[in-house]
Design a protein around this ligand. Sequence first.
Ligand SMILES: *[C@@H]1O[C@H](CO)[C@@H](O)[C@H](O)[C@H]1NC(C)=O
Ligand SMILES: *[C@@H]1O[C@H](CO)[C@@H](O)[C@H](O)[C@H]1NC(C)=O
Length: 484
Amino acid sequence: MKNSIQSILILITVLISTTGADEVVYAQVGETVTLKGPGVTYQLEYMYWKFGNQNGPLLAWCNHLGGERITEDTKWKDKLAWSDNSLIIKDIQQENLGTFVREIIKSQTSNFFLITVLKLNVSVNPPSPLLPGENLSLACSVETPQNLEKPKIHWLTPWGENLEMRQETRRVTSKDNGQWTCVVTADQKEKQTKVSVTVLDLSPAPLRPQYTSKSMPLTIPCSIPPHISWEQIKAKGFQEVVWQFSPKSSLGLIHDSETQKLYVLSLERLRWNKTDQHRELKPVQDPQKRNLTLTRKQGRKEDRGDYMCIMKFKNGVTLSRTVHVEVLQIIPSPGTDLISGQPLNLTCSLSHPLPSDLHLQWSPPKQSSLPKSDHYQAHLTIPEVGTGDGGNWECSLWQGKTQLTSASITLKIEHKLSVWMLVIICSVAVIAILLLILVFILYRHRQRRVRHLRHRLCQCKKYVLTISWTDEMAPNTHLHSHSH
Ligand SMILES: *[C@@H]1O[C@H](CO)[C@@H](O)[C@H](O)[C@H]1NC(C)=O
Ligand SMILES: *[C@@H]1O[C@H](CO)[C@@H](O)[C@H](O)[C@H]1NC(C)=O
């Protein structure tokens, strides 16, 4: 009787094994697989895991008293572990694939559950990194025994698009960089396997232009993304990085014919070589650190234009990013040195109409009489400037609540009165000088008159003397000469 029951049990087991598994698990070689199965409670008395079938080698057991054991077989020993009534298989290999039988003994009755682990193959060719334009092929497959239902397989792109295929071949672009997912669906269960694809590229350029002004720094960003190393770039046949600049005319046209080469980074030393046309721009960092940004402390009017960061490879592939630069300027008319009462126009602009999502804001000097309502105008007309308008005028460019850049100028305004005073002072000085000259002339004139008079007087004296002498000569010559 006991024998016949046993043989029935064996028969049932054999039937189960041939009709397939209670559960199918897909795993890539090297993955960690958790075997659990349903209905596991802490009240179980014994749990056994066997490999192949019910009579296969015992892999592990545990009991309700907390005892647990794992086989000493070298094929399994270091791969198996118990965790919360589940059996974990780490770094699963080809030889570990197959059917696992769980036996739970509770109140002296046995309960079997079969889990079949099938091999999942995911391949990416060629291995990363790739250059844009290279062909990438992705394949995902499972080895399903004939008696099991074939699962559905499809791919998910890094941006979440569903490709209804097992195989995918495409010419890569930088968009393909990221995690691709192979999805295997069977028995309403999904198994997702991620593979990463690296496509070499430069970091995205800013969506907006870079704004600068004479009072603000100029920064032209370009960098190699953090997940890409110089070694990977060199391995793909790196040749050089070139920074070049195409100025934009006042009409907003880009002149390619005027394109200037600013810097070259060549393979040999991985150091920047500046050209004659470097425009006093400087690289911010050692290029080894993958930051290829150029900068200058202050912007200039002529900085407006397109800056291109170009990475060239020996096979002709080029990766490039274009950074647009706009310069905010304040144009005072007629100038910055004014006299109170003069008219003044101040224009703040990017030398082309502002995009609709940007706005300007003026910050005039504190004492300025500019009405608040004018603070958001690009063009200010001040019919008569006052001395309060002297000082620093700032015009800032905003996108919502973010300040993009600002420009400033200093106005010098002379008091009108001081000019009149200057005129008076000058006149007084002129009059004083004239008076002085007059006094001098008069003095000279008098002096001459005096000398002339004295001369005349002398002559007169002589004459008088002569007369007196002649007078005395006749009657008393002797006496006169005596008196001499
Ligand atoms: C590059 O360097 C500049 C200046 O040091 C810094 O502002 C910028 O964030 C850096 N870029 C990257 C991608 O590290
Ligand atoms: C200021 O602008 C107005 C019109 O925009 C113009 O008529 C006037 O001549 C300008 N004045 C100066 C000083 O530029």
